[in-house]
Design a protein around this ligand. Structure first.
Ligand SMILES: [Zn+2]
Ligand SMILES: [Zn+2]
Length: 183
């Protein structure tokens, strides 16, 4: 979805999209997350307002997405709803060299557009890629995986842990006679 700079009038320009209605948004989400993390039951909405100040364009708004990330602790695929605030300033790409000289604008929230048009798909795609770096935890109390055997500890303790907990009082007792028999 591309927007001509000239279409942004004084009152701004609204972009409202829903992945269930707008296939391009569906495509962006599926491209970024893949169909395992953005399943058929998932969806997302986008609400943006664009304002123009001469050649600079400010984009304010956000997206809300329901998707299926993998938990960073236990690796389980789970359903999550996430809000992504978007606040960007875009300048025409021909100003890039001049801006670099100032070297003050290496901001994530600063970008460029080409050919007098703004590619909304690219804007959303970049925000989603940034969002992928966020931490996803299936629940606050997630116990994660056992570092030794890899078992999901949310499903109950693994054998490594049982050994420590249950066998340890006996292990002390067992060690002694073994040592004695050796000497
Ligand atoms: Zn988890
Ligand atoms: Zn274990």
């Amino acid at each position: 979805m591309k927007l001509r700079i000239d279409d942004i009038k004084e009152g701004g320009f609204d972009v409202n999209a829903d992945s269930t209605v707008n296939p391009w948004l569906q495509t962006v989400f599926t491209d970024v997350f893949g169909t395992e993390k953005f399943t058929e039951e998932d969806g997302g909405r986008l609400n943006l307002q664009l304002f123009r100040d001469d050649k600079n364009v400010t984009i304010i708004g956000g997206a809300i997405i329901k998707f299926h990330p993998n938990c960073d602790r236990c690796l389980t695929n789970f359903s999550k709803q996430q809000q992504i605030p978007i606040h960007l300033i875009l300048a025409p790409v021909y100003l890039k060299k001049g801006k670099r000289a100032e070297s003050n604008t290496e901001d994530e929230d600063f970008g460029y557009y080409e050919n007098d048009e703004i590619d909304i798909e690219n804007v959303v795609r970049e925000q989603m890629i940034l969002m992928q770096q966020m931490v996803n935890i299936c629940r606050e109390s997630c116990k994660g995986l056992c570092p030794t055997c890899g078992k999901n500890l949310n499903d109950g303790p693994c054998k490594c842990k049982k050994k420590e907990e249950i066998v340890s009082p006996f292990a002390v007792l067992k060690k002694r006679p073994l040592k004695k028999s050796k000497t």
